[in-house]
Design a protein around this ligand. Structure first.
Ligand SMILES: Cc1ncc(COP(=O)(O)O)c(C=O)c1O
Length: 435
């Protein structure tokens, strides 16, 4: 088997996500044979650093020996069981651990199997909790430029045109309030002020505010100050609407703390987690909430008051074993402290890009670094040029339009970071001048 033979078979039968398939008339598909640490290897023996952690899921490297061993143990014991009326030990253990680690006051775990579904759970639970209290609140608020996934509900609360616009007539009711325009405290205060203006007018209709704490990922790696989270949470309390923290991307150590909400010292009404939870091995997501919400659903026989949301693979035992193994690594390997050193090394590299003519801004929050290019019209597809160059040099970057970003597995070492950043530097220096 070669790259070419697998790619040909692939293009005969597959339809890939987030892809204009016609691009593959000129863009080769890259079939991956194996992975090890930050490295992926294709069928022709070429190796690539996974600088984007395979859509931000892989935090402890590919084929991590410890996580693999724990899944192997589980697979011979119990692979899956219906999670209504039945339970299993890995899911109970995982829930106990998550509750201990999460911001204080979150005491219940509700599982799904991907980030978008967990966002749907949080939205429905919020709406339903109000309904069970006799309130009809059919509206949600999200931040401008936000992204929460691509199922209909999750897409509705997003604000990235590229994904959303086509489906406008299908979406549920959501309004946007401005995201803080940069990392300053002043921007956080201004944005919170706008949010309060909206609440003064429409709080009666609104179930919840949903935010991506600190970093809007698919929204071009936009970053803002933790103060906004604190101010927005206070406003949610004042106007009696829920606060949903979508930490699908930023959870599990990405921003410098285990959960981004810790940096604002807040407890959201709903904490939504996925991606890194299984170390990038298996699909799993979870929504944590507190007793106040839980009690609104808890009653004598009354099925319409119960939360009737279910997915067949909810709480899959193998995924829970992978998640427990992931938490073991956090517990045993001083991950958050090590990430601080890795993030500092990334910052050193990043500063070199500031002086390039075609760079508008560089920004970083913890283990997420981004370079914003300037002067390129979207049809120039400048990100694609960076992607192609980097791939030819053994680095998997996947720019978001004109944003070149780095979100590597936490285990990346200095030599690997040198290769990753030097390659991006050569790619950016080699681009035509921006207009
Ligand atoms: C903040 C955020 N929420 C939700 C999602 C959706 O997760 P999934 O792709 O697993 O459906 C994503 C995916 O990138 C995300 O970044």
């Amino acid at each position: 088997m070669t790259n070419k033979s697998i790619a040909k078979r692939d293009l005969d039968v597959l339809w890939h996500p987030c892809t204009q398939m016609k691009d593959h008339e000129f863009l080769p598909m890259t079939p991956i044979k194996s992975g090890k640490g930050v490295w992926l290897e294709d069928f022709d023996g070429n190796k690539y650093i996974d600088a984007i952690a395979s859509w931000w899921v892989n935090i402890f490297g590919h084929v991590n020996p410890y996580i693999s061993s724990k899944i192997k143990e589980q697979v011979d014991t119990l692979e899956h069981v219906i999670i209504a009326g039945f339970t299993h030990e890995p899911i109970v253990r995982l829930s106990e651990r998550l509750i201990k680690l999460a911001p204080k006051g979150l005491s219940r775990c509700f599982y799904a199997d991907n980030g978008s579904s967990a966002v749907e759970v949080a939205l429905k639970m919020s709406y339903h909790a109000h309904k069970n209290s006799g309130l009809e609140k059919p509206l949600f608020v999200s931040l401008s430029n936000s992204y929460h996934g691509e199922t209909i509900g999750a897409l509705s609360v997003g604000d990235v045109e590229l994904y959303k616009d086509t489906y406008g007539p299908l979406l549920i009711a959501c309004v946007q309030t401005p995201v803080p325009k940069d990392l300053s405290e002043e921007a956080a205060i201004t944005a919170a002020h706008s949010f309060e203006e909206l609440l003064k007018e429409r709080a009666d209709e609104i179930s919840a505010l949903i935010v991506e704490p600190l970093v809007q990922g698919a929204g071009y790696m936009h970053m803002y100050h933790p103060l906004y989270l604190k101010l927005a949470k206070d406003l949610c309390e004042k106007y009696k609407i829920h606060f949903i923290a979508d930490e699908v991307l930023v959870g599990f150590g990405r921003t410098g703390t285990l959960f981004a909400c810790e940096q604002a010292d807040i407890t959201p009404d709903f904490l939504v987690l996925s991606k890194g939870i299984t170390g990038g091995y298996l699909p799993l997501s979870v929504v944590l909430t507190g007793d106040e919400i839980y009690q609104k659903f808890y009653c004598d026989y009354g099925l319409n008051k119960a939360f009737l949301h279910s997915h067949s693979y909810t709480g899959n035992a193998l995924a829970c074993a992978a998640a427990n193994a992931t938490l073991d690594i956090f517990e045993n390997d001083n991950v958050i402290e090590n990430n601080k050193k890795t993030a500092a090394y990334m910052a050193n590299h990043l500063s070199r890009f500031k002086d390039l003519n075609n760079v508008k801004e560089v920004r970083q929050t913890g283990m997420i670094a981004a370079i914003e290019l300037k002067g390129y019209a979207p049809e120039k597809r400048i990100g694609l040029k960076v992607y192609e160059y980097a791939l030819s040099k053994g680095v998997l970057l996947r720019p978001l339009g004109h944003i070149v970003y780095f979100m590597p597995p936490y285990i990346i070492n200095e030599a690997e970071m040198d290769l990753m950043f030097n390659t991006a530097y050569e790619a950016i220096v080699g681009l035509p001048e921006g207009e």
